[in-house]
Design a protein around this ligand. Structure first.
Ligand SMILES: [Zn+2]
Ligand SMILES: [Zn+2]
Length: 161
């Protein structure tokens, strides 16, 4: 994790200082109140190479399948230049929300944009990122990975695409 002053503007570009924005989340002193806040704090964590936070905010049953070494390498190789939240859909289901965003970064080829519609699920009062790349670890007929008690296909799978 890189050194970053808490007085500086937050990397998530909220306009607030890091101290008043994502720092308390990264330090686990508070939890995100909604999916947009979690999305912002995850972007900021990428820019700060805080992989522990990225793992901790992924759906718990998906966490063992993440590859922290690869995540760190990617974060280190990417020069992030900004985040734009396009829309926040806070209630697409009882426990699901989505955030559409663009994350900008520089590569040797110039400025790039990563455009994504991310899905989040609320478990025991906390929001978690649902990693669509890990979907294949769960069968459609099995209980959902979020622990809702429904089958995967009738729960989180409905919101992944
Ligand atoms: Zn922030
Ligand atoms: Zn689910």
């Amino acid at each position: 994790m890189s050194i970053f002053s808490i007085d500086l503007p937050c990397p998530c570009q909220s306009g607030q200082s890091y101290q008043d924005c994502c720092a308390p989340l990264h330090q686990q002193k508070s939890v995100a109140q909604n999916a947009e806040q979690l999305m912002r704090s995850r972007y900021a964590a990428y820019t700060l190479q805080n992989i522990d936070y990225l793992v901790a905010t992924t759906v718990p049953s998906q966490q063992p399948h993440l590859d922290p070494t690869a995540m760190l390498q990617w974060a280190q190789q990417t020069q992030w230049t900004g985040l734009e939240i396009m829309q926040h859909l806070p209630k697409i289901g009882k426990i699901h929300a989505q955030v559409e965003f663009k994350a900008f970064y520089h590569t040797a080829a110039g400025k790039q944009a990563h455009h994504e519609l991310s899905t989040f699920v609320k478990i025991d009062g906390r929001w978690y990122f649902l990693d669509p790349t890990l979907e294949h670890y769960t069968s459609m007929k099995q209980p959902c990975l979020c622990g809702s008690g429904k089958k995967f296909k009738q729960c989180c799978a409905m919101f992944l695409r």
